[in-house]
Write a protein that binds this ligand. Structure first.
Ligand code: PLP
Length: 446
C-alpha cells in the first residue's frame, strides 16, 4: 500500500505568525511540571499530551483538598464525611456532564476510555445471556455485525474483536484513503441491517483526522444500529455536545484533558443505558441482594461497582472548570493555529513526510511524521536528548502504520500550554537528528 505523502505548502517565511488565542506564558505558570528541566538542564518541551496531558495546579489542589478534608466512600455510610464525599462526587458528575451537554444520570465513571469501551462491549455480550428480558434488547449474537474503522486506537478495536469472538458476531470495518481520511465509499454496504453497533473515533490519535460523524451516525441509525464515539482525542481539544453529536455513547479519559489518571467517562443515552445489563458487579450497583439472586440499580450506579475513584473524579471536575475558564472554542482555535504552523514548518524540511491530512481542514493537532533515512525511534531519541518529549511507535494504532507502509512514526501533540517556541524546538530537533545521522536535507531529497 502506498504511503500517504502529505506535503503542505511551505510557509512564505515572510508572514508574521498570528497571535495565539491562548496566553501560553500565563497558562504555563499554572503547570508546576513545566518549570522542571530534563536532560541536563534543558527546558521541558512537552509535545506528548496526546498520550497523557500535564495537570494544572487547580487539579492537583482539588485532589489534595478531597484527601485532606473529606476523604470517605461516597454512597456508603451516614457520617458527615460520607455525606460530604457523596455531595462532592455527585457535584463533579454534574460539572462533567454539563461540559458535554449531558444530564448527570447519563454520566458513568470508569477508569479510562479503554474501560468505558469494554463496559459497553461486555454489556452487549452479557445481554445475550441475561435472565431479565428487559436486558436482552441489545444482545449481540451470530449473524450480527459490529463496524469499526481502520484508524481506531486499539482501545476501540480489540474490545469489539473480542465481543465478536465471544458471541459469533462478525467484525467489519471502513478503510482509509491515501490522504489519511476514512473511506466512506462503502458506508452503505458495510453499515447495513445486520449492523448492531458502529464504533468510531471522532479524532484519530495518530493521523489527527477529524471524522465526518454526522454521515456515519445517520447511516447507522438508519439501519437501527447503536453508535459509540471514541472522544479520547476530541473531548480534550474541541467543544463536544452530545445533543449535537447525536450518538448513543461517547467515551473519554480524564488524564488526556488535564485531569488525573484513573478516571474516565462513559456517556450513554439514558434509555440505552437503562436497557443494558451490568459489566462489573458487586457493591454499590445493586437494588436488592438475596442469596438466591440480586437486582441492579438504575444507571449510572448500575455501572459503577465498588468504591469509585472519588478524588480523581473531583480532580477531573477541576480540569473541566480549568478548560471552561479558557473556553473550548479558544482551545480548539489555539491548537488549529499551532497545527497549521507546525505542518508548514515541517514541510520546509526535505525528507519529512507527514502521515495524515496535510492541512488544518477537519484535522486536529496530532502530527505524525517520518524522516527519510532515520528510524522514528532514533528521531525520538535525539529529540529527547534536546528535552523534547514526543511519542514514537505505532501509537496503539498498528493497522494505521501498516496501511501507510511505515514501521512507526514520530508524533507530536499539542495542548493549551504549547507555543510557537515548542514547535520551533521540534523543527530544530528534527534538523538536528538529520545532522546527527548524516542525513542532510540535501541527501534526504536526493
Ligand atoms: N482512543 C484514542 C483515540 C486514544 O488516543 C486513546 C489513548 O491514547 C484511547 C482511546 C485509550 O485511552 P486510555 O488509555 O486513556 O483508555
Amino acid at each position: 500500500m502506498t504511503q500517504t505523502v502529505s506535503r503542505p505548502a511551505a510557509s512564505s517565511g515572510e508572514a508574521r505568525e498570528p497571535t495565539l488565542p491562548l496566553d501560553v506564558e500565563a497558562i504555563r505558570a499554572d503547570f508546576p511540571i513545566l518549570t522542571r528541566t530534563v536532560r541536563d538542564g534543558k527546558r521541558l518541551v512537552y509535545l506528548d499530551s496526546g498520550a497523557t496531558s500535564q495537570k494544572p495546579r487547580s487539579v492537583l489542589d482539588a485532589e489534595r483538598w478531597f484527601y485532606e478534608n473529606v476523604n470517605a466512600a461516597p454512597h456508603r455510610g451516614a457520617h458527615q464525611l460520607a455525606e460530604e464525599a457523596t455531595g462532592a462526587y455527585e457535584a463533579a458528575r454534574a460539572t462533567i456532564g454539563a461540559f458535554i451537554g449531558a444530564p448527570e444520570n447519563e454520566i458513568v465513571f470508569t477508569r479510562n476510555s479503554t474501560e468505558s469501551i469494554n463496559l459497553v462491549a461486555y454489556a452487549l455480550s452479557n445481554a445475550a445471556t441475561a435472565k431479565e428480558p428487559e436486558f436482552r434488547r441489545y444482545a449481540v449474537g451470530q449473524g450480527d455485525e459490529i463496524v469499526v474503522t481502520e484508524m481506531e486506537h486499539h482501545a476501540n478495536l480489540l474490545p469489539w474483536q473480542q465481543l465478536c469472538e465471544r458471541t459469533g458476531a462478525t467484525l467489519r470495518w471502513l478503510g482509509l484513503t491515501d490522504g489519511g481520511r476514512l473511506d466512506l465509499a462503502d458506508l452503505a454496504t458495510v453499515v447495513n441491517e445486520r449492523t448492531k453497533l458502529v464504533a468510531v473515533t471522532q479524532q484519530s490519535n495518530i493521523l489527527g483526522t477529524i471524522n465526518p460523524l454526522g454521515e456515519i451516525i445517520a447511516r447507522a441509525h438508519g439501519v437501527g444500529a447503536l453508535v459509540l464515539v471514541d472522544g479520547a482525542q476530541s473531548v480534550p481539544h474541541q467543544p463536544v455536545d452530545v445533543t449535537e453529536l447525536g450518538a448513543d455513547f461517547l467515551v473519554f479519559s480524564g488524564h488526556k484533558m488535564l485531569g488525573p489518571t484513573g478516571v474516565g467517562v462513559l456517556w450513554g443515552r439514558y434509555d440505552v443505558l437503562d436497557a443494558l445489563p451490568p459489566f462489573l458487579t458487586g457493591g454499590s450497583m445493586i437494588e436488592v441482594v438475596r442469596m438466591e439472586g440480586s437486582t441492579f440499580a438504575a444507571p449510572p450506579q448500575r455501572f459503577e461497582a465498588g468504591v469509585p475513584m472519588t478524588a480523581q473524579v473531583i480532580g477531573l471536575a477541576a480540569a473541566v472548570e480549568y478548560l471552561q475558564g479558557l473556553g473550548m472554542d479558544r482551545v480548539e482555535e489555539h491548537e488549529k493555529v499551532l497545527t497549521g504552523y507546525a505542518l508548514a514548518k515541517l514541510a520546509e524540511i526535505p525528507g519529512v513526510t507527514v502521515i495524515g491530512p496535510p492541512d488544518t481542514v477537519a484535522r486536529g493537532g496530532a502530527i505524525s511524521f517520518t524522516v527519510e533515512g532515520i528510524h522514528p525511534h532514533d528521531v525520538g531519541q535525539v529529540l529527547d536528548d534536546l528535552g523534547i518529549a514526543v511519542r514514537v511507535g505505532h501509537h496503539c494504532a498498528w493497522p494505521v502504520v501498516r496501511r501507510y507502509g511505515v514501521p512507526a512514526t514520530t508524533r507530536a501533540t499539542f495542548y493549551v500550554h504549547t507555543g510557537y517556541d515548542d514547535i520551533d524546538a521540534l523543527v530544530e530537533g528534527v534538523r538536528a537528528a538529520q545532522r546527527f545521522f548524516g542525513v542532510t536535507p540535501e541527501e534526504a531529497t536526493a
